[in-house]
Design a protein around this ligand. Structure first.
Ligand SMILES: Cc1cc2nc3c(=O)[nH]c(=O)nc-3n(C[C@H](O)[C@H](O)[C@H](O)COP(=O)(O)OP(=O)(O)OC[C@H]3O[C@@H](n4cnc5c(N)ncnc54)[C@H](O)[C@@H]3O)c2cc1C
Length: 477
């Protein structure tokens, strides 16, 4: 009888792992187990009464680099080319990003000339920060917080305004706690290899083999900064589900895994409450902290390492305004923690993807709330009502964007523990997990946002690599 691989979690990581397993020349039997009734995890798109698309999770995927190209290749293999909505390089959403500091929006400088000009909220042209960077010696520590690394290399303003905001925008996290090595590995590697981030990024790490397709070539030629899908990004997990089912993968929904045990023959028993599955190998694409509670006693050291990978919550408030106008055109703006502890930023969805504005078109923006404000409320056990998030989001849209009229449509979602935090020393947790799995020869492979990147591209890549390891093929081919 052939091998059975059980994939835990039907988010984009588990779907991608199942996809790559199912396309192997001699695929194993694959069972994908999802706890909720819906596939896609944090990727979720809903429609308003006028047909407008509201993203409750990710809203744009970057096409850049080898991982961006691999995702586009999968999109083409799924037959979704005609659904892709690109943001081309010459578009305002590709060129303009803002910081909200001191009660005003400031455009982030772009291009070399932009670095030479004064660019508030920074007190000096960023050229000077670049000069400091080029002359700063290499750090000696095996890891450093994002804040300390940026302050050391680029100065306190770039650290406390730009990188603080970026950490809030990408990780909803605190730059003084997050690890540079794990959150921004290309910056860490650039310093290690070239002694300078700027030199490292300029000289590049050398391009490996790049996937190729008509869509990838189009994205390069038109310098896309990101893309979405016409009906929303949830089309991607839906298309993966259709593909998996057509390839004979069993996709189980509404079946939360409640325990894992090792049988005498070295295979797994996966407990689903009132039934069990047997597996020769497990790919776990559920959050690390959830997996840690399911592991058997034999894997206690692994469970301990995984339980320390925590995640933070984000409140996502989608707002739509009839007749509203933005004061600026761009992707959106970020808010540093010194300006507002709770508002992480606002994405101007209508600028990047006007095709999703509905009919008649309405202005869509998304306010993200989190940070120390939300953590404090959660720690105090405060009532986290929809009204509270809506009020705070409307206030931010009115103050920061001048959208003072009440919105015509509003959706509020509190995503609990949705973004894993790669805090200082995260790499050691991964190393101890990897060592344990290898030493014990456990037939378990880890994938998903908890480990090596939270972006959709990173998650898809983690699924691809997990599948390659199980199949015994070369993950980098
Ligand atoms: C608000 C928000 C905005 C974002 N914006 C962007 C963006 O614009 N661009 C971008 O690239 N990335 C973005 N991200 C990040 C990205 O969307 C996520 O990191 C990614 O979707 C995580 O995928 P995953 O499959 O690893 O995990 P998840 O999506 O968490 O999937 C895990 C799945 O496992 C299931 N599960 C959990 N426990 C069990 C169990 N016991 N048994 C069975 N199943 C279980 C869950 O129900 C879930 O479906 C954003 C994330 C959030 C939250």
């Amino acid at each position: 009888m052939g091998r059975t691989v059980v994939v835990l979690g039907g988010g984009i990581s588990g779907l991608a792992a199942s996809y790559h397993l199912s396309r192997a020349p001699c695929p194993p039997k694959v069972v994908l187990v999802e706890g909720s009734e819906r596939l896609g995890g944090w990727i979720r798109s809903v429609r308003g009464p006028d047909g407008a698309v509201f993203e409750l999770g990710p809203r744009g995927i970057r096409p850049a680099g080898v991982l961006g190209a691999r995702t586009l290749l999968m999109v083409s293999e799924l037959g979704l080319d005609s659904e892709v909505l690109p943001v081309r390089g010459d578009h305002a959403a590709a060129q303009n990003r803002f910081l909200y500091v001191g009660g005003a929006l400031h455009a982030l400088p772009s291009g070399f000339r932009g670095l030479l000009r004064p660019s508030p909220p920074f007190s000096k042209p960023l050229f000077w920060a670049g000069l400091k960077e080029l002359t700063t010696p290499r750090g000696k520590d095996p890891d450093e917080t994002v804040h300390s690394f940026t302050q050391r290399r680029l100065g306190p303003e770039v650290a406390s305004l730009a990188m603080d905001s970026l950490c809030r925008g990408v990780f909803a996290g605190n730059s003084r706690e997050l690890s540079i090595r794990s959150c921004f590995p290309s910056l860490f590697q650039a310093e290690q290899t070239h002694r300078s981030i700027l030199l490292g990024l300029l000289l590049g790490a050398g391009r490996g083999p790049q996937p190729d397709s008509a869509l990838i070539r189009q994205a390069r030629a038109e310098r896309w900064s990101q893309w979405s899908l016409r009906e929303g990004l949830e089309t991607l997990p839906q298309a993966l589900n259709t593909h998996l089912t057509s390839r004979g993968v069993s996709v189980l929904r509404g079946q939360p895994v409640c325990g894992l045990s090792l049988e005498a023959e070295g295979c797994w028993k996966v407990s689903l409450g009132d039934s069990n599955l047997e597996a020769d190998h497990i790919i776990s694409a559920i959050p690390a902290s959830v997996l840690s509670k399911l592991l058997p006693a034999e894997a206690a050291p692994l469970a301990r390492a995984l339980s320390t990978i925590t995640a933070v919550s984000v409140a996502v408030v989608n707002l739509q305004y009839r007749g509203g106008r933005l004061p600026v055109q761009g992707f959106g703006h970020l808010v540093p923690s010194s300006e507002d502890p709770g508002i992480l930023g606002i994405v101007y969805d209508s600028v990047a993807f006007p095709e999703q504005d509905g009919s008649p078109p309405g202005l869509r923006v998304t306010v993200m709330l989190g940070g120390s404000w939300l953590r404090t409320l959660e720690a105090r056990g405060s009532v986290l009502s929809q009204e509270l998030f809506q009020k705070e989001a409307e206030k931010a849209a009115a103050t920061q964007l001048g959208l003072k009229e009440p919105p015509s449509h509003c959706l509020v979602h509190l995503h609990k523990n949705c973004i894993p935090q790669y805090t200082l020393g995260h790499w050691q947790k991964l190393e101890s997990a990897t060592q344990f799995l290898a030493a014990q020869k456990l037939p378990l492979t880890l994938a998903g946002a908890s480990y090596e990147g939270v972006a959709v591209n990173d998650c898809i890549e983690s699924g691809r690599q997990a599948a390659a390891r199980v199949l015994g093929t070369e993950p980098n081919s």
